[in-house]
Structure formats: C-alpha cells, structure tokens
Write a protein that binds this ligand. Structure first.
Ligand code: NAD
Length: 253
C-alpha cells in the first residue's frame, strides 16, 4: 500500500475533508493522528476509523503554539514518528471588508494561516532532525482553496488566508527542499461539508455555486482525499511548492 508504515497528522480531521483524508490514509496503510478542536467529534472519528487501522485523536487548537507542541509530542508518543502532516483545519467567517470586525479577521487568519505555520514549523523541525540522524524525509500538505485565486467579497479573512496558504506552501517548499521534504497544497472548489453549509445553506446559494461549476455538481470530501493520498505518496516524489486545484472546472471559467 502507498502509505504503508507512515504516520500522518491530519488537523481538522474530526469532520468533512479532514475525516475523509484520515480514512483514505488509513486505507492506504498509514497510522493517523486526528487533531481537532472538537473533542466529541474527534474522539468519535478516531473510534469509527479504528476499523481501518491505527487512529488516535488529540485535542488541539492549531492556533495555539502550546497545543501544537503537545500534538506533536502525543503523535511521537503514540507512533514514534511523523512522516506526513496535513494542515487541513479551517473556518469561515462571513463579512464584507467595510463591516469586518478586526477580531473576526484575526481569528480566521490565526486558525487558517498561523495554524498551518505553527504545525508546519513544529513538524518540519522534527523531520529535519530525523533526517540529520539518517532518517527518511516526510511531506506536508496545506489545505488552500480556489479562493487563493479569486477573492470572495463576503469572506475577506478566508480569501486572504487561503491566498496566504498558497504562498506559505512555496516558502515552506523552498526552505525544506534541501532536506528532501516536499510541501504542496490542495485548492478545493465547493465540497459537501459543514463548512460549505455554513456559507451556502439555501437553494439560491447552491444554484449560484452550481452555475459556476462546469462539472455541474458539488464535490465529495473523498475527491479531495484522493489528491491528498497522491501528494503524500512517493508517486508525487518530484512535486513540491504546488497548489493542486480540484474544483469541478471552476478556475477554467
Ligand atoms: P469542516 O468544518 O467540515 O471541517 C473543519 C474541521 O476543522 C472541523 O472538524 C473543525 O472542528 C476543525 N477546526 C476548526 N478550528 C480548528 C482549530 N482551531 N484547531 C483544530 N481544528 C479546528 O470543513 P471542511 O469543508 O472539511 O474544511 C476543511 C478544509 O478544507 C478547510 O481548511 C477549508 O477551508 C478547506 N476547504 C473547504 C472547501 C469546501 O467547500 N468545503 C473548499 C475549499 C477549501
């Protein structure tokens, strides 16, 4: 199996896209640590996914440095290593630029962008140390969005954070390439999850999405998980610094 023996941390893995990635990684032979702020859903997810392999839940807020260090320590304690990190945790907040409260702007950036920086730095430091001691290189995946390419006027912090993640991916890829650590991002279009429901919960909003999606449907979390599985595997061994879009054709318009 493509990820046999690898250890992965998936942030925001209690639900939605992160859950689908955790499930796919387990299916592909990895051991998985689900890190999430939602204690109940996270514990349930790890329990449910245990039928596919070794899954653990660690309660962690990716925006808090101490939580991130505890997360890494717990993963090392459980599985002795970390080979794959998926920075998937993310939130949306709906407000236009003129009305946006700075605290809401900051909260979105803290979770979506600073969280990926904190987790990425902590895990990369572990990976570099391991390589210096003769170990093998790992890989990091950041969850960006099509909104890295086009802004949403009513989701200011979200659009900024996802654009930032595209650039953070390049910066991390450059810094870690000398160690053989690959860093890529995924840019989903509209995927059927709670997060999408929070911003498009009425038929009119859904129809607008569909009218801007050439494939004519909303995507499934597993259609993002399959891209994460590819990027995490050795099949993507010459890819780094890229954002791969899976958007039903949205960016082709
Ligand atoms: P979701 O709301 O189903 O899942 C997000 C998960 O992140 C939840 O389990 C939540 O508890 C967790 N989380 C939130 N804040 C956290 C924190 N501070 N620390 C740790 N965990 C935290 O949403 P989703 O649609 O599965 O989104 C996953 C990722 O995919 C996000 O980064 C999102 O921006 C991105 N994305 C989603 C879509 C879409 O249409 N659903 C499109 C593009 C990008």
């Amino acid at each position: 199996m493509a990820l046999d023996g690898r250890v992965a941390i998936v942030t925001g893995g209690a639900t939605g896209i992160g859950y689908a990635i955790a499930r796919r990684f387990l299916h592909d032979g990895a051991k998985v640590v689900i890190a999430d702020i939602n204690e109940r859903a996270g514990a349930e997810a790890a329990r449910d996914l245990s039928e596919f392999g070794e899954a653990r839940f660690v309660h962690a807020n990716v925006a808090e440095k101490l939580d991130v260090h505890n997360l890494l320590a717990s993963a090392l304690d459980a599985f002795s290593d970390v080979d794959i990190l998926v920075n998937n945790a993310g939130i949306v907040h709906k407000a236009g630029f003129l009305d946006l409260d700075v605290a809401d702007f900051q909260r979105v950036l803290d979770i979506n962008l600073k969280g990926a920086f904190l987790c990425g730095q902590a895990v990369a430091q572990h990976m570099v140390e391991k390589i210096r001691q003769g170990g093998s290189a790992g890989t990091i995946i950041n969850m960006s969005s099509v909104n890295a390419e086009f802004a949403l006027a009513d989701q200011v912090g979200y659009s900024v954070s996802k654009g930032g993640l595209k650039q953070l991916t390049k910066v991390m890829a450059l810094a870690l390439a000398p160690y053989g650590i690959r860093v890529n991002a995924i840019g989903p279009g509209s995927i059927m999850t709670e997060l999408l429901h929070a911003v498009a919960n009425d038929p009119a909003a859904r129809n607008t999405i569909l009218s801007r999606t050439p494939l004519g449907r909303i995507g499934e979390p597993k259609e993002i998980a399959s891209i994460a599985a590819f990027l995490a595997s050795d099949d993507a061994s010459y890819m780094t610094g890229q954002t791969v879009y899976a958007d039903g054709g949205r960016l082709a318009l």
